[in-house]
Design a protein around this ligand. Sequence first.
Ligand code: NAD
Ligand code: DAU
Length: 354
Amino acid sequence: MTFENLLVTGGCGFIGSNFIRFLLDREDFTGRIVNFDKLTYAGNPDNLAGVAERYHGRYVFEHGDVCDAGRLEDLFGRYGIDGVCHFAAESHVDRSIRRPESFIHTNILGTFQLLERAKARGSAFRLFHHVSTDEVYGSLGATGLFTEEMPYRPNSPYSASKAASDHLVRAYSETFGLPATISNCSNNYGPYQFPEKLIPLMVLNGLEGKALPVYGDGRNVRDWLYVEDHCEAIWLIMRKGRRGETYNIGGNAEMENIAIVRLICALLDELAPVEGGESRERLITYVADRPGHDRRYAIDFSKLAGELGWRPRQSFAEGLRRTVAWYLANQPWIEGIRTGAYRSWIEEHYGKEA
Ligand code: NAD
Ligand code: DAU
């Protein structure tokens, strides 16, 4: 299956922008991408610099909010949307603890509005793919893996809002026969990730000689997946996954947070040594734990591997090296965020509300 007019929501964010670049380069996708994004603090047009020019006619940007039913109705009709890959979300757990409201709006109501528009397209609509998270399953003890059959036990406002959106997608598939798939993925890393998340935050703070804040005892475990591997898995599920099904995606790369921070220090010390040769490890600072901090995530992706033959290609050691090297080589992108220049550009083009 392929798509003529694919709506990608949240395409200016971290994974969405990687997905758009990935897809436009593939021979098995010849259609057009309509990127619909509200350009929140996490939406950065620099993530897609040059894409509109390079893929002229096959890529369109539309600014707007997935909660805006009228705007969605116009988009679906005007572009003849036949597929959706839904990334748009508030995605940061710490922010959801401080101010949960936008998570409820965007992640739950936004998904609902998109489902309604997709349903209204009737037989012209081919697939709604919902990009979700392993955090819906809650937290694991020292052993075990998340499988697709596990009960949902979200622990943060973020994961609760994603769980609600998963349930809505499932309900539209069961009740209305909407062709839909869901993927629940582990922690992504790679180019263009906003520096509020663990890996880019540590890289940028390390470069600036700032403290590297490690929550609690630093021994919480996440399973890390290189973003390109995630994009490949999503596209495979969209083309060949069974409709109405959920697929877990993981990296086979369980790591304690403190081990990652130490690896980043070592990579920075090697690739961008400080004068005098001191190690960045001296910057590691243990800080108060995140409330409700999930202890361990680990993914069983045997369903995706068995049915569709997917496996992560990138090892964590190599992926992390590539990622650190990317941030070092892309100082203008970092500067755009550090100085707020990317926000000024957005305000100039779309107003202060954007
Ligand atoms: P991100 O925060 O980097 O990007 C989110 C994008 O959505 C931004 O471009 C933002 O402007 C846009 N957006 C936010 N609210 C919007 C709205 N109301 N209308 C339209 N656009 C809006 O997020 P990410 O890390 O790229 O994550 C993308 C998706 O993948 C999310 O649904 C997230 O839950 C899921 N996910 C992320 C990870 C991860 O490790 N980052 C892992 C598994 C699943
Ligand atoms: O598991 C998938 C999820 O991974 C996605 O659904 C989320 O969108 C994504 O943000 C991510 O959630 P986490 O909370 O796991 O990611 P984060 O990078 O915020 O934190 C990773 C771990 O590092 C977590 O145990 C908290 C810890 N941490 C994080 C930050 C930002 C620190 O110790 N210090 C920090 O400064």
